[in-house]
Design a binder for this molecule. Structure first.
Ligand code: ZN
Length: 246
């Protein structure tokens, strides 16, 4: 399983993130943390700590809906967030868009900045999108760019999201995800509603079974996997295989 975590509320979730790091260490698991970088200046030490064992990617600077901003601001969101991570001495290869929403011009701009994107999904998200026909596993988008879509599982194409597992707990059998991408948010791990401007559905998803139960579900899910790795690790495997074929 490729584990990805969007980090948006570090002011409130730093304690939970430290607990998550211990959990990952206990299971020898690695992950990619996509950071909303306007939090970096206040949390440099924690981000450096994460980067010791895990990959850091960009989740933009300000978490705008990228479909609603102009090209210049988009370019700036993509470049400045990567630069901020680099200034901490951390490599930043990957990107994830807020709300998994991409504008048409995205790949044209991002391929010059990032090595891979992890914004696409392959499932239905109520009131937002229906991408059930999209690929379900990492693939090569173009010469230099890879895509790590957030996966689905079972014939029903359930979303590989911790928020979905929280919503359906304990009704759904935790899946083995092999080469698929699983995603979660920092706020899944803490009780409360963080994004007060979010839709009713999103606020409900944030609230249900957050905190301790979310940690429990995540640990059980990790135990089911043969291996839990970051996007970066999977990417280097993909490239190795490509070279062998050539
Ligand atoms: Zn986000």
């Amino acid at each position: 399983m490729i584990l990805t975590i969007d980090i948006e509320f570090l002011d409130q979730t730093s304690k939970e993130i430290k607990k998550l790091l211990s959990l990952l260490k206990k299971h020898n698991a690695k992950a990619t943390f996509f950071i909303q970088t306007n939090q970096i200046s206040k949390h440099k030490d924690l981000i450096k700590l994460i980067s010791k064992n895990h990959e850091i990617g960009s989740h933009t600077e300000n978490h705008h809906n990228l479909q609603k901003i102009d090209k210049k601001i988009l370019q700036n969101e993509l470049v400045s967030s990567k630069e901020k991570i680099k200034r901490l001495g951390i490599k930043c290869k990957g990107f994830r868009a807020p709300y998994n929403l991409l504008p048409k011009s995205f790949f044209q701009i991002s391929k010059k900045i990032y090595e891979y994107d992890s914004s696409q999904t392959s499932f239905y998200f109520p009131f937002r999108y229906n991408y059930r026909k999209y690929p379900n596993k990492p693939y090569k988008l173009s010469e230099k760019m890879y895509e790590f879509p957030i996966s689905n599982f079972t014939v029903f194409k359930f979303p590989a999201l911790l928020s979905f597992l929280k919503l359906t707990y304990p009704l759904i059998i935790l899946p083995r995800l092999d080469k698929k991408v699983f995603s979660m948010h920092d706020y899944d791990l803490k009780k409360g509603i963080f994004d007060k401007n979010a839709s009713f559905f999103v606020r409900f998803m944030q609230k249900i079974n957050s905190g301790k139960i979310a940690f429990y579900i995540l640990e059980k899910l990790i135990e089911k996997q043969e291996k839990v790795i970051s996007c970066e690790e999977f990417l280097s495997d993909l490239r190795d295989k490509e070279q062998q074929i050539q």
